[in-house]
Design a protein around this ligand. Structure first.
Ligand code: G
Ligand code: MN
Length: 304
């Protein structure tokens, strides 16, 4: 299997397929990848800035074809949506993520909050059955599963979307509004959405240092989310300057390459056991704590 890194020249350069004949071939390859387990999930931890503790982990689909370079997730997910394969792909992701994350439970503790992206194309009555069945078969606690939706679901048929979300909530799952701040939905929906967490889109985070107007928007979104009683997480945090500014703005959850890149399942557990900045929780008796880039004291000092 091709070694994957998130330094993704190859991943972001994969062209969107325009040629319909190629598209048919690509769809066939994708279908067989889903059926033959050629897809895999990477996971990206999220952290609370207050104490550096992990506060969740997002499952991210990856495709490393055996006979070619990796294919970018935005490319194959878009293709799956267009070719009517997103429901199968989404079902596979949900089940695989829940099965895997069950193994990360620590004795006496609940499993981590597991975040799974749900495409607007999956918002249909059939999804509820899939969700209920996956929760039952994997025994993953519903209260530790967070489904990430985007504002896009509200544009086409908001009433259907609200009705579906209410049903998911009855199962006890959490809901996050992903890519927040970039959609076109009316803010008034925020008061009707049964949302637990807002994820501020990484395009805003990327401009937060360089553009004062973006900074004003991000500050307003953080305070809006907090006032509405939602947890607020900034995604795509890549630099310490972004981290520190977001922290000063009152954002207390973060995710991004600065903290931890998406990693294969086998590496996740070690991240879930430590705080961000700590290299390892296991160290020889008497040895000093590992320095870490931003230790707890520093996190507190910049939080003021
Ligand atoms: O739409 P969503 O927010 O779920 O997108 C997640 C995607 O963002 C994943 O493919 C993941 O690899 C990528 N990602 C995660 N952290 C970062 C980051 O810090 N910078 C950038 N550019 N991409 C990131
Ligand atoms: Mn997401």
């Amino acid at each position: 299997m091709t070694q994957f890194t998130e330094n993704v020249g190859i991943l972001s350069d994969v062209p969107v397929i325009e040629d319909p004949r190629k598209s048919v071939q690509f769809t066939a390859r994708l279908r067989s990848a889903i059926e033959c387990d050629e897809l895999c999930l990477y996971y990206q931890p999220q952290y609370r800035t207050l104490d550096g503790k992990p506060c969740g982990v997002e499952a991210l689909a990856r495709w490393f074809p055996s006979n070619g370079p990796p294919i970018a997730p935005n490319v194959f997910i878009k293709q799956a949506e267009q070719a009517g394969l997103i429901s199968d792909l989404g079902h596979w992701v949900l089940k695989e993520a829940c099965e895997t994350a069950m193994n990360w439970r620590q004795p006496g503790e609940e499993p981590p909050i597991l975040c799974v992206n749900v495409s607007p194309h999956q918002i249909c009555p059939g999804f509820f059955g899939i969700l209920a069945q996956v929760l039952e078969s994997t025994r993953y606690p519903a209260s530790r599963l967070e489904l990430e939706i985007t504002e896009g679901i509200l544009i086409e048929n908001p009433e259907l979307a609200l009705q579906q979300l209410a049903q998911w909530k009855q199962l006890g799952v959490r809901i996050a509004l992903d890519d927040f701040g970039t959609g076109y939905s009316s803010l008034s929906y925020l008061s009707r959405l049964p949302v637990d967490r807002l994820k501020i889109d990484r395009s805003l985070v990327q401009r937060v240092i360089t553009d004062s107007k973006t900074a004003a928007i991000v500050r307003a979104l953080i305070s809006l989310g907090a006032d509405l009683g939602f947890a607020v997480l900034a995604e795509g945090v890549e630099t310490e300057a972004q981290f520190e500014l977001l922290l000063r703005m009152g954002c207390n959850q973060m995710q991004g390459y600065l903290l931890t890149r998406p990693v294969p399942a086998c590496q996740v557990e070690s991240f879930l056991k430590r705080r961000w900045g700590e290299r390892s929780t296991v160290r020889p008796a008497g040895s000093p704590a590992s320095p870490g880039r931003l230790d707890r004291a520093r996190l507190h000092s910049i939080a003021v």
